[in-house]
Design a protein around this ligand. Structure first.
Ligand code: SAM
Length: 298
């Protein structure tokens, strides 16, 4: 039975193994059965699901996942936690623990091998120091994903939902909204963790769009344009794009592309919506194509 969410049981396991928390791994273990149940409910897991858990810790949420899902793979970087997980997950035969760094795991290959390439669900109380690379990695590597239900820093959860005009709006907001529908499930205070983090947290569910809400001729170019625009937030969009160095157009040509979009040439990137970014990337794409074909015929 899932029972580690009870703080007394967590303390007993930590003492039994004389476990020392490693700050560098962002270790804040959940000790709230109510929040654990909300996460499982929000993730809508059934016995047909294959779940990837990132950072199982001592296996608190893993126990809940094993009870709800068909199969679970949990990837944990801290070798000291592996014998503990062996113990706390001993009654479940549908879980595999991998002692690896999630940023080095080929998740698409894992999903192919374990779930025949069918969409997987990702559930995690994430280590906050690598939230953005984990999320971007899941989306950009085209892992077949149904949904991602994760605990993140509250501020990061808010950022994923923001639009133009907010100072929190940035590359992460646009990437998340391009790939998925973000929804904040519940805000979680520091008292729900051991040890308590200094920041507030929130559970957010990202449900993958069947089709992105905007059309980009090249996804790679769209994300280059987005990164270039927010790399130098205080600069104009034209300067940001021309300083980025990834486009084969001169600054004046990039300015023309911006004007073709129907916005002032001195606009800043943070003022553009996802739809405008997609249009701008398509204009740049066409210009670059024209340039390449005229160079070939010269
Ligand atoms: N899931 C547990 C819970 O809710 O109590 C632990 C969550 S704790 C916030 C984050 C976990 O991720 C820790 O167990 C930590 O060791 C692990 N972790 C940190 N960096 C990791 C990485 N690069 N790859 C895999 N796991 C990592």
């Amino acid at each position: 039975m899932a029972e580690l969410g009870n703080p007394k049981n967590t303390i007993a396991v930590l003492q039994k193994y004389q476990f020392n928390f490693q700050k560098k791994y962002g270790q804040n273990f959940l000790i709230s059965p109510d929040i654990l149940e909300e996460i499982i409910e929000a993730a809508q897991i059934t016995k047909d699901d294959f779940v990837l858990e990132i950072g199982p810790g001592i296996g608190t949420m893993t126990q809940y996942l094993c009870e709800a899902a068909g199969a679970v793979v949990a990837v944990e970087i801290d070798t000291n936690l592996i014998p503990i997980l062996k113990d706390t997950l001993s009654e479940y035969n549908n879980v595999e623990v991998l002692n690896e760094d999630i940023l080095k795991v080929d998740i698409a290959k894992l999903a192919e091998k374990k779930n025949g390439g069918k969409p997987i669900k990702v559930v995690a109380n994430l280590p906050y120091y690598i939230t953005t690379p984990i999320i971007m990695g899941l989306f950009e590597s085209h892992v077949p994903i149904d949904s991602i239900t994760i605990m993140v820093q509250k501020e990061v959860a808010d950022r994923m939902k923001e639009g133009p005009g907010s100072k929190e709006y940035g590359a992460l907001s646009l990437a998340v909204q391009y790939y998925a529908e973000p929804e904040i499930v519940v805000n979680v205070p520091p008292s729900c963790f051991m040890p308590q983090p200094k920041v507030g947290s929130a559970v957010i569910r990202l449900t993958r769009h069947e089709k992105p809400p905007v059309f980009a001729k090249s996804e790679k170019l769209l994300f280059q344009v987005i990164r270039a625009s927010f790399n130098q937030r205080r600069k104009t969009l034209a300067n940001g794009l021309s300083n980025f160095g990834a486009f084969s157009l001169k600054k004046e040509e990039l300015q023309e592309c911006i004007m073709e979009l129907g916005v002032p040439a001195n606009i800043r990137g943070e003022a553009l919506s996802l739809e405008q970014f997609a249009k701008l990337s398509n204009i740049i794409y066409d210009r670059q194509q024209e340039r390449n074909s005229s160079q070939r015929t010269e």
